[in-house]
Design a protein around this ligand. Sequence first.
Ligand code: 5AD
Ligand code: SF4
Length: 440
Amino acid sequence: MRRYHVTTFGCQMNAHDSERIKGMLESLGLGEAAAPEDADIVVFNTCTIREKPDTKLAAYLGDAAARKRRRPDMVVAVGGCYAEAQRERIFERYPFVDVAFGPGSIPHLGDWIRAGGYAVPRGRFGSHETFAATLPMHRERRFSAWVQVSMGCNSKCAYCIVPAVRGREQSRRPGEIVAEVERLAVDGVKEITLLGQNVNSWGRDLAPGLVTEFGELLRACDVVEGIERIRFTSPHPKDFREPVVAAIAECESVCEHVHLPLQSGSSRILKAMRRTYSRERYLSLVERLRAAIPDLALGTDVIVGFPGETEVDFCETLEVVEAVGFDSAFTFVYSPRVGTEAAEMPDQVPEELKRERMERLVEVVQRGAAVRNEGRVGLVEEVLVEGPSRTDPALLRGRTRRNTTVNFTGTAAPGDMVPVTIEGATSTTLKGRETTLVPA
Ligand code: 5AD
Ligand code: SF4
């Protein structure tokens, strides 16, 4: 049997796209190889959000090129966001690449491979055509699953390459989404994460009449029997309207966890970023969410060193991060991307200053998250068991509804939903003990 291997970079959307890539290759009769060294077709599903993934990919491709010199019949396919961004140059830069495809053309990969046998004609490229969501799927996890609700993004964030590589927003039809959630539930999935570049603008491009608002979509997923947890990522603060807040508050399965990218705490920088909200509007949204959803966990993304960011702007970011008290935060050093508005802006912040600000930010983030997690000590949390702990195989690992990882002692099996008494906390994880609840 011919074998494939997929290496995935980047975000959850890309990880999910890889599940579709694998599903499709398997439908062609290929089997999964444990390592790229054993594969006849190697696929790299790439990311280009910052410079780092680009350099990492170059190293992986170097290895693939060396293997291909020994085995010229091996097929090298490069997909995803970097492939799309570099579509003009990819075959020039990496002449051993056989197939390149953007995130919108995953459905064609199978045709190209089938048509060309294994001597795939070089240079195939297509993009933004069909939903990968309709392809067969090779799911990576048994009890949790991603469900794509849209592709592309209509925002114009000045730093971001995603709209250029993933195209304009296209919503998947609600009936299709709910049908997929129902199928997953039958398959034993307990937790779903709805995925979109901007989930809460989902539906605005659909014909009116059916469900066309994200809060309603959450409610439609909430009634699916067997789905006990619903998550979604990422919402844009500018599109967070009342019906979505109400749906999170009222739907039993929708988790008390919102990932709400802040990016900057300075209204001046937010404006330059074209985020279309101010620091005040972000803070009042946080207040509304917390008033409506008791026990809400908030995550965020923050960029330091956007062009023109001064010490004053940066201190405003620190203030907001401190004031909100995020449960988790991803922090990024601004990375100019060719083709974005911000890459052309004057006053790029020197690398050294970016690094220094990053360190200060990380300290504030960690301090805040540690305080939030310590607040859970003594409570009993519902945990969905994932498997053994990554650091200590004697312990189990799972996640709370608030999306915090817990390492705990107990006898539960993967997929179980168990009460865990929280006994300790760091800035990123909790520690605990599986607990038997005595019925009242
Ligand atoms: N540089 C640094 N961080 C970026 N992000 C997006 N584009 C860039 C960039 N050019 C961050 C944002 C986004 C997250 C997925 O990546 O914070 O929310
Ligand atoms: Fe995901 Fe963006 Fe990276 Fe593409 S560029 S994989 S959308 S993070």
